[in-house]
Write a protein that binds this ligand. Structure first.
Ligand SMILES: O=C(O)COP(=O)(O)O
Ligand SMILES: [Mg+2]
Length: 222
């Protein structure tokens, strides 16, 4: 039974905030509204597309009644994204290659729309690392509900579980699923690290394989 590792996507494997910020500002420009900053975009990411649009609306006093139309335009632009402003975090491919060579089963549980998640994985040639991908619209509920995380682990077979993410949403999801959690500290977290529960943390992917090995030894996982 090999260890199963599930990763969050936005703010954990890839820095996608500049592209999502650009989409938001295209929508705002069409309404002759002021653009949001990259800092704001990072704050809006983490709970999926609908919450992103809700936070965007509230920041610019766009009425609730416009939500569905704005979400629809957002998703259309999202689906057409060429990902020029998105980048995998440094050291990611090397870390995933090491973990794959160590025989771990790996998957993704993201609140990003599933098609967009697959588009990112294809674009950056990361798809072969992952045997399961659950998106924000794969099920009727999304993180912090633990159901999508359970689904990702189930698709990876049997074995101990570990979840890796960047945000409060991920920490809550892991806690509700009773899964050990590793925090990537350079993503889109809003609160201090001391407010979150995690079993380990890392700020660069070169540290991840070693961190997982040490946690494995501590937990006596085989
Ligand atoms: O789409 C989002 O809001 C965030 O996606 P994530 O779950 O990969 O961080
Ligand atoms: Mg994230």
């Amino acid at each position: 039974m090999s260890l199963r590792i599930v990763f969050d996507l936005d703010g954990t494997l890839i820095d996608s905030a500049p592209d999502l910020c650009a989409i938001a500002n295209t929508l705002l420009a069409a309404r002759a509204l002021e653009p949001i900053s990259l800092v704001q975009a990072r704050e809006f990411i983490g709970n999926g597309a609908s919450v992103f649009v809700e936070k965007l609306r509230k920041s610019r006093d766009i009425p609730d009644t416009d939500h569905d139309a704005l979400l629809c335009s957002y998703l259309t632009l999202y689906a057409a994204l060429d990902l020029t402003l998105t980048a995998p975090y440094p050291g990611l491919v090397e870390a995933l290659s090491t973990l794959q060579a160590q025989g771990y089963a790996m998957g993704i549980c993201t609140n990003k729309p599933l098609k967009a998640a697959h588009a990112v994985l294809d674009h950056f040639e990361l798809g072969d690392f992952f045997d399961a991908v659950i998106g924000g619209d794969s099920l009727s509920v999304h993180k912090p509900d633990p159901t999508p995380l359970h689904a990702a682990f189930e698709a990876l077979g049997a074995g101990p579980r570990l979840y890796v993410g960047d945000s409060e949403v991920d920490a809550e999801t892991a806690a509700r699923a009773h899964v050990p959690f590793l925090l990537f500290t350079e993503g889109y977290r809003k609160s201090p690290m001391s407010d979150l529960n995690f079993q380990g943390n890392f700020s660069h992917f070169k540290a991840l394989p070693e961190l997982i090995s040490s946690i494995r030894t501590r937990a006596a996982w085989h």
